[in-house]
Ligand binder design. Structure first.
Ligand SMILES: Nc1nc2c(c(=O)[nH]1)N[C@@H](CN(C=O)c1ccc(C(=O)N[C@@H](CCC(=O)O)C(=O)O)cc1)CN2
Length: 299
């Protein structure tokens, strides 16, 4: 049976480090890191994530501000808000919760955030830095950055000689995840819906990352014995066994089956999810250190 990677505990370790770094920064006479979280509309899951982000920022000792805008907010007004946050010296990190309502161009919004405050790591400047290995000044998207910490806990920092397969090619997870694994010397393959014989490809992976958004798609017999399996999926499915109208969370991996073959595996919930929020705190404190002209803290 596989080792279960405790993302909740590892996220707490990251947050403890952020708190220490924040205390050191303010003790040197610098302002506390500032994080602005922006939500547009009333998507229930987004509301929960944003509330957790704002709460965690306060726990870390940050200057934490939340902008909650109605679903019919005009794109131009959101862009104006971002411009004002870009110019605000008390703010080191800006996060616009995704998805945005359909009438707003998410790409335009993301590219309006100043790259040095883009703690989500979605701006072209940060994407380019990650792609070219400029990791000293890049912001890396929180979910892949957190997944990488989980992998390092199991496999160490140098992944030379290991085959990694990333299932999913999104800009938020799949592509940056592949770049991080490549930077750690893995041989990386990105698989997606058009990949031929996905189960056979997945079985070649020493590190298998599932980020497709399809409940329990990755089956137990897709997993090479001893592989490290990182499940990025968060899918809510009906759970009639819990009562009428009830639901439960599952990942993109059929956990029970996969755990029989894997060497180590992340659960859902309690795996990658908590790391996403912890890494947002880490990116924000890094932003404040870089602004202060201090050495970039490592996580
Ligand atoms: N601007 C962004 N938007 C979104 C991002 C992002 O990184 N930046 N990621 C996701 C959602 N997300 C953070 O925003 C997120 C998802 C899940 C969790 C989490 O802790 N999940 C728990 C389960 C929570 C539950 O019960 O529903 C877990 O897996 O244990 C945190 C953050 C999309 N949008």
């Amino acid at each position: 049976m596989a080792e279960i990677i405790d993302g909740k505990q590892i996220a707490e370790d990251v947050v403890a480090k952020v708190k220490g770094l924040t205390a050191d920064l303010t003790a040197k006479g610098h302002a506390a890191p500032g994080l602005a979280v922006v939500i547009v509309g009333e998507d229930p899951a987004s509301q929960v994530y944003v509330a957790s982000k704002s709460k965690k920022a306060k726990e870390c000792g940050f200057h934490s501000v939340q902008h909650t805008l109605p679903a019919d907010t005009q794109e131009a007004d959101l862009l104006k808000l971002i411009a004002s946050l870009n110019a605000d010296p008390a703010i080191d990190g800006i996060l616009v919760q995704l998805p945005l309502p359909g009438h707003i161009d998410s790409g335009k919004v993301i590219q309006t955030i100043a790259p040095e405050k883009d703690v989500d790591g979605f701006h072209f400047v940060n994407v380019g830095k990650l792609g070219t290995g400029e990791l000293e000044t890049a912001f890396v998207p929180c979910t892949p950055a957190g997944s990488m910490i989980l992998i390092e806990r199991v496999r160490g920092k140098d992944l030379s000689g290991l085959n990694a397969v990333v299932v999913g090619r999104s800009n938020i997870v799949g592509k940056p995840m592949a770049n991080l694994l490549l930077a750690a010397n893995c041989t990386v393959t990105i698989a997606h819906s058009r990949t031929k014989d996905l189960p056979a490809l997945a079985r070649t992976a020493d590190i298998l990352v599932a980020a497709v958004g399809r409940p329990e798609m990755v089956k137990g017999d897709w997993v090479k014995p001893g592989a490290t399996v990182i499940d990025v999926g968060i899918n809510r499915i009906p759970a009639p066994e819990k009562g009428e109208g009830k639901s439960r969370l599952v990942g993109d991996v059929a956990f029970e089956e996969a755990a029989k073959n894997a060497g180590a595996i992340t659960p859902v919930p309690g795996g990658v999810g908590p790391m996403t929020i912890a890494l947002l705190m880490a990116n924000t404190v890094v932003s404040a250190y870089l602004k202060a002209g201090l050495k970039r803290p490592a996580f």
